[in-house]
Write a protein that binds this ligand. Structure first.
Ligand SMILES: [Mg+2]
Length: 173
């Protein structure tokens, strides 16, 4: 096995409810309202050597509420805003599929990427040299915790408050 690229732990972050306030199917840049402490939290993870990877269900695409271009614009704005505060997101993985999607190509009874399935995390672990044992997921729903469990990483349920304080506790544990 080649050790040319050292593996790093990853912090998998859910999007809505962890990075931005979950207003329901957020798909416009003007609806991005950030969770307190998010930039500091991500900066802290960057400095601690973690890859920061966003894993998000975006069934609004399958439901026809918005398209992938709108989602990409939101993610670009989000990354740009965080970058201005010195916080880097390494990758974003999104799942547009849903069992009852209006748009047929997004209709899938149980897509492996859709949390609580672990597909998005597993894709990231294929794309990056990730040290799974030291990795964790932060989400605000049980489905996030389930996806983490099934991907073999620790899950931490964020129930609001300051994200940086939450991350600080995880890193100190
Ligand atoms: Mg969420």
């Amino acid at each position: 096995m080649s050790d040319s690229v050292p593996s790093r732990p990853a912090a998998f972050l859910d999007r809505d409810g962890v990075i931005n306030v979950d207003l329901g199917y957020v798909h416009r840049v003007e609806d991005l309202e950030y969770i307190p402490g998010v930039a500091a939290a991500i900066r802290r993870l960057n400095q601690a050597g973690y890859l920061v990877i966003v894993v998000t269900n975006q069934s609004g695409i399958g439901r026809g509420y918005y398209d992938e271009a709108a989602m990409d614009a939101v993610h670009k704005a989000l990354r740009d805003m965080l970058a201005q505060s010195g916080a880097a997101i390494d990758a974003v993985y999104a799942c547009p599929f849903h069992p009852e999607a209006e748009i047929e190509r997004y209709r899938h009874p149980d897509h492996p990427d859709r949390k609580p399935n672990p597909g998005l995390l597993q894709r990231a672990m294929r794309d990056f040299p990730i040290d799974r044992e030291r990795s964790f997921m932060i989400g605000d729903k049980d489905s996030d915790m389930e996806a983490a469990r099934r991907a073999g990483v620790a899950g931490h349920l964020f129930q609001g408050g300051d994200l940086d304080a939450f991350v600080q506790e995880i890193l100190a544990a």
